[in-house]
Design a protein around this ligand. Structure first.
Ligand SMILES: [Zn+2]
Length: 73
């Protein structure tokens, strides 16, 4: 069973505008409706220089998360 979702009010996104994306109550992350959407978002972030991957959480929703990168030094 999927966790409940909500649309945040008065939240600002990283782009500086209002963030009205649907979020998951269980972990407060943005919800994606398909693996294709999640993959696209992960790719966009990766192209921005912020490597991300998508996964399905215990909450039942698709989310993206920052990829753990092993840094040299
Ligand atoms: Zn979730």
């Amino acid at each position: 069973m999927k966790s409940a979702c909500y649309v945040p009010e008065g939240r600002q996104g990283w782009w500086g505008g209002p963030d009205t994306r649907l979020r998951c109550r269980a972990d407060d992350k943005v919800v994606f409706f398909s693996e294709a959407d999640a993959q696209k978002a992960a790719n966009r972030a990766t192209n921005r220089g912020d490597p991300m991957i998508f996964y399905r959480g215990k909450c039942g929703h698709l989310h993206v998360a920052r990829k753990k990168v092993r840094r040299h030094g």
